[in-house]
Design a protein around this ligand. Structure first.
Ligand SMILES: NC(=O)c1ccc[n+]([C@@H]2O[C@H](COP(=O)([O-])OP(=O)(O)OC[C@H]3O[C@@H](n4cnc5c(N)ncnc54)[C@H](OP(=O)(O)O)[C@@H]3O)[C@@H](O)[C@H]2O)c1
Length: 254
């Protein structure tokens, strides 16, 4: 049985908590959060505290707080004998330098409290300062996910960067699509099968092969017509930038 203390009460803490509660080989000993109201949902099954110095003994301490607060929270913890990990895609392992046993437990997914999530298929990217600590972190990860990887800090930063392109930027493009629909009294629902197919194609094709559209075909008249329809200067700049990027990949110039 692996015992854990979860520090943080936000999106990631919420989903990790629910998954660990379901894992027979894991026990959540305590949840630590600075805001008592946000700790309430955890308190029905688990001991909660707002005192970062009143930490229960555990095998692994998971710091799931905002990137900016990781080092602060790590330093606020008293000396602990277990493994202290954070869940960030970008923060250095050195943010936990106070603790002799430290690591990273980075779940590569977009988490919101409002949206349920099954951790089973979420890639968990692990790193440890001392190789001897990898075993316990891997065991903990495998208790909730079938997709577990050892990833270095340097690789993790590039992975996070790639994730920003595929998730954050694509979602922003969905938002722009929705705005254009709303402005012209079209239901965004019309675009959803296309969005789903865009992602579905990736199961059988590489993104490079799956690309379609006017920029790939170098249909200059269509692109000029689209640009003439756009009013928002950011949307115009994005259209040009993305079209040029596609044209460059497929060997043409706008
Ligand atoms: N959300 C994602 O999709 C995702 C995915 C993978 C990894 N991560 C990483 O997971 C970590 C947590 O992200 P999240 O989305 O769960 O964030 P979040 O929902 O914004 O929650 C942040 C948590 O940090 C606490 N916090 C912030 N500043 C603090 C401070 N100075 N002292 C003590 N606690 C503090 C917040 O407390 P209050 O509620 O009191 O402000 C809250 O409990 C981050 O490192 C993030 O990069 C996030």
């Amino acid at each position: 049985m692996i015992s854990i203390v979860l520090i943080g009460t936000g999106n990631v803490a919420h989903h990790l908590f629910l998954s660990f509660l379901q894992a027979p080989s894991v026990t959540v000993r305590q949840v630590v959060g600075r805001n008592p109201e946000k700790s309430t949902p955890f308190s029905h099954t688990t001991k909660v505290t707002t005192d970062f110095n009143d930490i229960t003994v555990a095998d692994v301490y998971i710091i799931a707080v905002s990137d900016n607060a990781i080092e602060l929270v790590s330093n606020a913890l008293g000396p602990v004998s277990g493994l202290v990990v954070h869940t960030s895609g970008t923060m250095e392992l050195s943010a936990l330098k106070k603790h002799p046993h430290s690591g990273v437990f980075y779940p590569l997914q977009s988490f919101s409290k409002e949206k349920s999530m099954i951790l089973k298929n979420v890639p968990l990217c692990l790193e440890v300062k001392n190789e001897a600590d990898f075993g316990i972190l891997e065991e903990l990860a495998l208790a909730v996910s079938e997709s577990v990887f050892q990833i270095s800090s340097k690789q993790r930063k590039h992975l996070h960067l790639a994730a920003v392109f595929v998730n954050n930027f694509s979602n922003h493009l969905f938002h722009i699509g929705e705005t254009i629909c709303k402005t012209h009294e079209l239901p965004f629902e019309l675009l959803k099968p296309l969005i789903e197919e865009t992602v579905c194609k990736l199961h059988t094709m590489q993104p490079l092969e799956a690309q379609t559209g006017p920029a790939k075909r170098n249909d200059t008249q269509t692109m000029q017509a689209h640009l003439a329809l756009l009013e928002n200067k950011n949307h115009i700049a994005l259209y040009k930038l993305l079209s040029n990027s596609i044209l460059e990949v497929y060997g043409k110039k706008l």
